[in-house]
Unconditional design. Sequence first.
Length: 75
Amino acid sequence: MPLYAYRCDACEAEFELLVRSSDTPECPACKSQKLTQQVARICKEIKYPAIAKSWRRAAAAGGDLSNFSKAERKL
């Protein structure tokens, strides 16, 4: 079963679910089935923190990190 990230259109909750092809996913908070599938975040291990910081700074300047919180951008 693949793991999917969703955002609920009704209550704006964000969550991940393991979903079979025969299942209809629903929000665990409000049980709504009106969901938007999100792009999965992929984390790559970076051995040099200075390089990671420069990549994040460049991505933030280009607007590529708009779906991350400020706390997540600093990691």
